[in-house]
Design a binder for this molecule. Structure first.
Ligand SMILES: Cc1cc2nc3c(=O)[nH]c(=O)nc-3n(C[C@H](O)[C@H](O)[C@H](O)COP(=O)(O)O)c2cc1C
Length: 199
């Protein structure tokens, strides 16, 4: 797929077919992530990649669907809440692969030493976006889940992750279900979001 087609095609998919992703496809997606830029060329990433369905189902038990009272969405955000909130657990249960992109947290986020804590966090998001795009190019649906409340500690204990590692997001992958629900997009274009040469 051509690069701009990939960029335009990527959407957050939260309903998946019950179908495995071949190992070589996953390796290409992971490899694309590992090509991302990183601050000070640190690449402090460790990607814990789950393909074992029993393990994925056990992991999903830690993720709580968010409550959502919206029945008649009036904005694209509300459409997204209505689709996404109840599916935070089921999208993981249905996934063929969940990637946990940990990074070694050398500096805390509030460390004022050149914002280093945020740099490693930012570098991990560059890696995540590369993987989301690579997944799209491979015909694989993807979405991220941000671990909240007790989830980071529970996942860390469940997967025996050593101390000192931080998980910014779970990357959830699978072949998209044919009827996967998509909210409409918030418009962000060069016309409405870009200022040239002055504010
Ligand atoms: C920083 C960040 C956090 C997000 N957190 C979640 C999340 O926890 N659960 C979820 O289902 N989607 C999450 N998303 C996906 C957004 O909801 C999605 O990107 C947005 O609704 C636009 O839809 P699109 O990705 O299809 O363009 C997150 C995206 C970003 C960039």
């Amino acid at each position: 797929m051509e690069f701009y087609e990939v960029v335009n095609k990527r959407r957050s998919i939260r309903q998946f077919e019950d179908r495995e992703i071949p190992r070589e496809v996953l390796e290409r997606i992971l490899d694309a992530g590992l090509k991302a830029p990183s601050s000070n060329h640190q690449r402090r990433w460790e990607l814990l990649t789950l393909t074992d369905k029993t393990l994925i189902l056990d992991l999903a038990k830690f993720i709580r669907p968010y409550p959502c009272r919206i029945t008649e969405p009036k904005t694209p955000q509300q459409e997204m809440f209505k689709i996404a909130y109840p599916r935070q657990r089921s999208m993981i249960e249905e996934a063929a692969c969940v990637i946990l992109p940990y990074f070694k947290q050398k500096y805390t986020f509030d460390n004022d030493k050149n914002g280093y804590g945020l740099m490693d966090y930012g570098a991990t998001w560059a890696l995540v976006e590369n993987m989301l795009l690579a997944a799209t190019a491979e015909g694989i649906g993807s979405v991220v889940h941000i671990p909240v409340k007790k989830e980071p500690e529970q996942i860390k204990a469940f997967m025996n992750v050593p101390d000192g590692y931080y998980l910014p997001a779970l990357v959830v992958l699978g072949y998209p279900a044919k009827d996967a629900l998509l909210p409409s997009q918030v418009e962000a274009t060069v016309k409405n979001k870009v200022r040239w040469n002055k504010w």
